[in-house]
Design a protein around this ligand. Structure first.
Ligand code: PMT
Length: 399
């Protein structure tokens, strides 16, 4: 399984008779080329020994946050890992992880981990079906963790039913499939515009808008996390994104954004234009602060270049162009008109009529219109989840 080659995996083993299967799981992960760091809860050591795992993983095994050798830095471990797998996860461990209880090495690493977390529960059938266990599983899923479902069959108690730890081969395949999905944009270079633009009136004032850059940054981070390369042309935003594969070009005005986007586009396979670009700018920016004089002040505005339309003109057959439309009324008609006029392949409509959608908030609700007349509707979601929907619809399904 080449998807696991070089991956850093923390395997957290909690106290269940199914812990014996974690021994085979360690072996399979190591055979697949992963670096495996095993953590055992004190209860797990009653079923399996640290020596078994350290021999297979060729790394010391941690059973406590502190040990005779000192502090087993759970924060460092949480940052080191590409994935944390808790297998078996007992009812007790699920409850701890779901509720932020942090009294053992697995729980401490879980709270510090920035990587994806997989839980593979194992327990007796009635414990598994108990509403508190099910509520804890739902809570863990709501936090964005992944569940490796339990199997059904004969349990250690002699009862039959759901609650068996998934087979080690199944857990290994689930992890490989996850990393496979994560690198599905490898080899793709994508230009993203994001954030507002500021159009100078004088050295002190500007015409701007309410875009925070969150939608475009969520897209950029999601694409990089899936193995793509991104050139992010970002207007004035408080966000400071940083991750492997991400090149950030900071700009202020629409004209600067236009220059940066046109320079980057020929090297890119796709452009996704999430920026809220000012359509007009002051005809001249005063060299000095404009002083208060009469009761009114008139600014002459001139049209800014339309980045989307310019890229639409330049687009080569192998390139794809995805625009956004932020509307307050008649969203579909306006979005379809922009799709045609700017020669886009897709347009992502978000409308301020939907509460929780659009500027500055952490959520969005979008509808994606394709040049092929297909329409994709989505519910209100976090901007990170919306980014995945946009990627899946415009970059992955469309290839
Ligand atoms: O940044 P957030 O706070 O997270 O908010 C996200 C967002 C609401 C800004 C984003 O989801 C969004 O809708 N961005 C586009 C906003 C917009 O200005 O749309 P528009 O309908 O005016 O423009 C249509 C398309 O043409 C857009 O892709 C826009 O980037 C592009 N455009 C517009 C004008 C211009 N001069 N150049 C352009 O490229």
């Amino acid at each position: 399984m080449q998807q696991l080659t070089g991956k850093k995996i923390i395997l957290g083993v909690s106290g269940s008779i199914a812990a014996y299967k974690a021994v085979l799981l360690t072996r399979l992960l190591v055979q697949a080329g992963a670096e495996v760091q095993v953590l055992l809860t004190p209860a797990a050591t009653h079923f399996v020994t640290p020596l078994t795992f350290s021999t297979l993983s060729k790394r010391p095994v941690f059973t406590e946050v502190t040990s005779d050798e000192g502090w087993n830095n759970h924060v460092e471990l949480g940052l080191w890992a590409d994935a944390l797998v808790v297998a078996p996860a007992t009812a007790n461990t699920l409850a701890k992880l779901a509720n932020g209880i942090c009294d053992n090495i697995i729980a401490a690493v879980y709270l510090s981990a920035r990587c994806p977390v997989f839980v593979a529960p194992a327990m007796d059938v009635d414990m598994w079906h108990h509403p508190s266990t099910q509520a804890n599983v739902q809570r863990l899923l709501a936090y964005g963790n992944h569940l490796i479902p339990v199997g059904e069959g004969e349990l250690a108690s002699g009862l039959h039913g759901a609650g068996r730890l998934a087979e080690p081969e199944h857990i290994t395949t689930a992890l490989a499939a996850y990393f496979d999905r994560q690198s599905d944009l490898k080899g793709q270079k994508i230009l993203i515009t994001a954030g507002p633009t500021y159009e100078a009136i004088d050295p002190v004032r500007f015409l701007g808008n309410r875009s925070s850059g969150k939608m475009g940054v969520a897209l950029a981070e999601a694409i990089c996390a899936r193995g793509g390369e991104v050139v992010l042309v970002l207007g004035p935003s408080a966000l400071r994104p940083q991750m492997p594969g991400l090149e950030v070009v900071r700009v202020e005005s629409a004209q600067e954004m236009y220059t940066a986007a046109l320079a980057a586009f020929p090297q890119c396979h796709t452009a996704i234009l999430a920026a809220a670009v000012a359509d007009y700018r002051p005809a001249t920016a005063a060299a000095e602060k404009i002083k208060k004089k009469g009761d009114t002040l008139t600014l002459e505005l001139v049209k800014n270049p339309d980045i989307a339309a310019a890229l639409g003109q330049q687009k080569q057959p192998h390139q794809r162009l995805v625009g956004f439309a932020l509307e307050t009324h008649e969203g579909e008609a306006h979005a379809r008109e922009k799709l045609r006029r700017k020669h886009l392949d897709f347009i992502v409509l978000n409308t301020l009529q939907d509460s929780g959608a659009g500027f500055a908030v952490d959520t969005n609700k979008v509808t994606i219109f394709g040049a092929d007349n297909k329409v994709h509707y989505f519910e209100l979601k976090s901007k990170q989840a919306v980014a995945q929907d946009i990627i899946n619809t415009t970059l992955v399904s469309a290839t």
